[in-house]
Design a protein around this ligand. Sequence first.
Ligand SMILES: [Zn+2]
Length: 132
Amino acid sequence: MLRSQQERAKPHAELDHQVEVQPAGLNRKTHRFFDRTNLMLFAGVAAVRTLDYTSTQHFRRLGNKEVLLTNSIVDNKPLFAGIEVAGTALSIGAAYWLHRTGHHKLERWVSIVHIGVGTFGDAHNYSLGPAH
Ligand SMILES: [Zn+2]
């Protein structure tokens, strides 16, 4: 009873204004998860993972030993390729979780660090000469 009296007391113009403002306030500024930047970053992550695979095969052919995984894992090509795909998926999954929790800067950094560390490892793998 009291509420309806208050509403009636307000001019109609003011009520209409409140209705218009509310949805805009809920729609905070964000970005789509698969925006241009993330697509480029994920492509970069997939690229360094692919290079990790090829560079590891390269140094194994030269007789060098794998240090992070075991020789038997990296010599099992389907298994090792699956690990590279899982690593890529895990990275994108972590970025998605950060995106959903509103950490949009960290979301980008997951991919940037992954690409940075990956590029370093790939360059190292390709720099290895034949084993002595
Ligand atoms: Zn985001």
